[in-house]
Design a protein. Structure first.
Length: 113
């Protein structure tokens, strides 16, 4: 029964995340420069959809932002901040992907801004 609740909770979270991303896409559509638009969208996707281990158990996941906030609230800033490290790593990869995409767009001349 617990596994079913876990799956239902993640399903609801992912659907809510998709809805939030849809609203954020509409809000950021007013940003004229595509690089800034992609950066704003990328940060939101990383914050919403990056999972990490919940607690000491490797079998259950939670959103990394929640893990980071719980670490800060319960263990303080001197703790390992496991969620923060994975968020920084995913942000780095997002910036890397956006940089490569921008370089490739400029080489081929297909810019939308």
């Amino acid at each position: 029964m617990f596994e079913l609740q876990y799956l239902i909770a993640w399903t609801i979270y992912i659907l809510a995340g998709v809805a939030c991303c849809f609203i954020w896409w509409k809000i950021t559509s007013y940003i004229r420069q595509s690089a800034w638009q992609d950066l704003a969208r990328g940060f939101v996707v990383v914050l919403i959809f990056t999972p990490w281990y919940a607690g000491e158990s490797p079998e259950f996941f939670a959103p990394a932002i929640v893990v980071l906030l719980m670490d800060l609230l319960l263990e303080g800033a001197k703790s390992g901040m496991k969620g923060g490290i994975v968020l920084l790593t995913m942000t780095f990869f997002m910036l890397l992907v956006l940089s490569v995409r921008l370089i490739l767009q400029r080489r081929t001349g297909h810019r939308k801004d």
